[in-house]
Design a protein around this ligand. Sequence first.
Ligand code: G6P
Length: 615
Amino acid sequence: MCGIVGYIGYREAVPILLKGLHRLEYRGYDSAGLALINPEGTLNVYKTKGKVADLEEVLKGKDVRGTVGIAHTRWATHGEPNTENAHPHTSESGRLAMIHNGIIENYAVLKESLLKNGVTFKSETDTEVLVQMIDYVQATSGCDLTRAVQLVLNQVVGAYAIAVVDKQNPGEIVAARKGSPLVVGVGENELFLASDASPIVEYTKQVVYLNDEEIATIVPGKELDIRTISNVQKTPEIKQLELSISQLEKGGYPHFMLKEIFEQPITLATSMKGRVNVDLNNISLAGFIDNRDTFLNAKHITITACGTSWHAGLIGMYAFEEFARIPVSVEYSSEFRYRNPIIGENEVVIAISQSGETADTLAAVELAKSQGAFIFGVCNVVGASIPRAAHSGCYTHVGPEIGVASTKAFTAQVTVLLMLALALGKERGTVTQEKYLRLLNELNRIPSKIDQIIKQNNESISQLAKIFTYCQNFIYLGRGYNYPVALEGALKLKEISYIHAEGYPAAEMKHGPIALISQEMPVVFIAPKCSTYEKIVSNIQEVKARKGKVISVVTEGDEQVKALSDVVIEIPDTEEALMPLLTVIPLQLLAYHIAVVKGCDVDQPRNLAKSVTVE
Ligand code: G6P
């Protein structure tokens, strides 16, 4: 979703701002813009509908001088994605320019009072109301920019990450956040600002993550001034970035998504490193060990998440119930937060989020926390809002995931949940030692099995994709641990290829989807050898009897399903609970190759955002 970049220092700002916007493109957006204060003190604002490349065209031949600037990619919420609504927005006096990520819920009331005071507006956006109000307060009270921002934010209901520049005081940028992420990069006589660390890492590894309701006054050569909106001074907590630039680049792959699919053998090994210990026959997760009693006393676990992370949560439910014998519910964060949920005594809430910034999941966490639940975060981005709000947790450690369609984050989330369920099951005595050891050893073999699947199937799936690009609809069916994989396979396909796809528990097919089966309808069966194998074979027969096209993901050497299928994709055998880690790989590849053949923008599919920071 919206991306923010800011620079103030001794270098020309534009190259840094544009490169930063490119780094944030993965978040999803539909317009872009920037504001600069040139050496003569003129505030220049350039913006356009479309991509950062379109903004670069707009800038040709323009005055792009200046060592202070702010830049933005907008993902439209209020008002269509056109040039007028793009950020930065300026105040009527032309003194201030502001960029904003989030939604000001009471903007209509605030606008009303400004209109009464004679302020006029150019756009319909909530952001323009905010910048006009800051200018109005500054002009009428004579206070400085930081104080004006503070006074205005005290009247705001909603979420924001903002950055403001003032042409009458070009030596500073004022930034603030609530509910939307903002990071300050601290260099030598220069400072950076961004929605995440990716635009900053090239210049400095020292960053400060702003907390909710904090305002930073950013002046090069001076210590960062951070205070809350109620004017409590804070000491900046400088963190060291572990990110590297190579992690933010495609490394020879045509798309980030393909790179991230191929990275999974390594990322999963990293996720398990120091945690799955084959020599000691032990799974050790610090977040679990530190809170052992809380987990052992848990009467119920709620897993909350959105999108792909929610699918990982469903797999987690199967694992916790199988190994730890604790009842689990899996909740869409957006429903959970507004449902007045019952948070019982000794409730553990596991919040899963790749970005750690999803607005609904963060709100679900805050709600459950306020009602006494213990919050355990499973997140990828270190230092993000959800891990900071949680009592404890476990990072997935897969490095930056840039492709909008989540792949390596999903397999790592599933792995973390499996490790946690097994560790808890062992402590509770609900999983036998023999089974625990079998699973632990098999977890250790998963990275090489994924590697084998990719090597053996990538080329054939890319050929297969050519046959199926004409299809308008797909159905994905699985049972047990592979039912969430069916949901995830369908989601991957619709996200990036725009082909309508639905996932179902295979037995549910008879209650509706079977009406859709015809020879034009591909049905993807996730049918490895497992406890429900015979059942799913019957489901395949039901589809074949109606002339559906069957694509099956099977255990290698399986002749029975092969005989019934139009196409089979073979995977190595594994423990049933670990199968999702293998069965999802061909489905990621299938979605990827179909989208490529269709000429879709794989890494930045239309309308989608990587990090959904508004509800
Ligand atoms: C967006 C992304 C999905 C992701 C979901 C939840 O919709 O496009 O890939 O699964 O948000 O994001 P999170 O960061 O909370 O896992």
